[in-house]
Design a protein around this ligand. Structure first.
Ligand SMILES: [Fe+2]
Length: 312
């Protein structure tokens, strides 16, 4: 089997003409990557986009420094609620019409969907239960979403110090590929333990929200760990169509959705999410993946009662 040499990936980073890269490089030389969140900052997606693409050096530096200090940005109204719902409907159609499967990310890897239950999760580095629908840019676009999503994704690539269209035309032989993921956290089962993500291909993680608490599910959702075991309960502020970003190493997870509800994997009930990630392909010998921190940082029950965290 042929593996990709790491030198090639470094050369991709060097080619970037993005002025934000220098800000990151200076910070990363000076201090450690953040592990804990500092605060949640909420602003319209459009305003954030303008600051990153057209802002002054000082404006960009302020945001980069804030992310590197652990701040989490919830960006309102990135997509319409209709588009969010179309993604859910599209994924569920795929579930009805196409068999579940699994494929390593090698050349010509097809789109596929997989139910990761309590048994299959043991094959992964972090414990979780979800039904994941994976899509790759070299394949057909069955939900007609790639370009609409790429228009948003490019902002986060640029923010991370890369070219706005970095990796878009890559295939597994290039070592890094873009993977769109629509995720269903089924009611009564879906969750993801506390972890952090690799930062080498993108620096910031990118979440899109397709459903919302108190409408599509009652309990559970996305959280971050702050200092002194304090928790940010993101779903308190999230509506379908919002996006969120933070530095990849800041601890986060998903508290079980509608814990205690009867589990039915044949129902779309629960929480839906869009994950955008530039992954190492399976052509890389030592793929960097998610790191579990669930033993030390337990998953909280959400929503919290009187601002007091209880852990599962
Ligand atoms: Fe993550």
């Amino acid at each position: 089997m042929q593996y990709i040499c790491i030198v090639k990936k470094k050369s991709i980073m060097k080619k970037s003409l993005n002025p934000i890269l220098k800000i990151w490089s200076n910070l990363e030389k000076k201090s450690k990557r953040p592990l804990l969140a500092r605060k949640l900052i909420i602003l319209p997606f459009k305003k954030f986009e303008k600051k990153i693409f057209f802002g002054s050096y000082q404006e960009r530096e302020k945001i980069v420094k804030s992310l590197y200090s652990g701040d989490v940005y919830l960006l309102k109204k990135a997509f319409s609620k209709k588009f969010a719902n179309d993604l859910i409907k599209g994924a569920w159609e795929i579930n009805k019409n196409e068999k579940k499967g699994f494929h390593k990310i090698k050349e010509n890897c097809p789109n596929f969907h997989r139910l990761i239950d309590e048994k299959i999760t043991k094959k992964y580095s972090a414990n979780h239960v979800k039904h994941a629908f994976y899509f790759f840019p070299w394949n057909k676009d069955p939900i007609n979403m790639y370009e609409k999503i790429y228009k948003k994704w490019r902002l986060f690539k640029f923010l991370g110090g890369f070219n706005a269209n970095e990796y878009e035309n890559n295939t597994p032989k290039d070592g890094v590929i873009d993977r769109f993921q629509i995720v269903h956290y089924p009611a009564g089962a879906g969750w993801l333990e506390t972890h952090n993500d690799p930062y080498h291909n993108q620096r910031v993680i990118i979440s899109g929200f397709l459903s919302q608490r108190n409408k599509d599910y009652k309990t559970g959702g996305f959280y971050y760990y702050k200092k002194n075991k304090q928790i940010i309960d993101c779903d308190d502020y999230i509506e379908a169509g919002d996006m969120l970003t933070s530095y990849a190493t800041v601890l986060h997870g998903v508290s079980q959705v509608d814990s205690g509800a009867k589990v039915n994997y044949n129902s779309p009930k629960g929480r839906w999410f869009l994950g955008l990630y530039s992954n190492d392909s399976d052509m890389i010998k030592k793929r960097k993946t998610t790191k579990s921190k669930g033993k030390k940082f337990l998953t909280p029950k959400l929503p919290m009662v009187n601002n007091h965290a209880q852990f599962i």
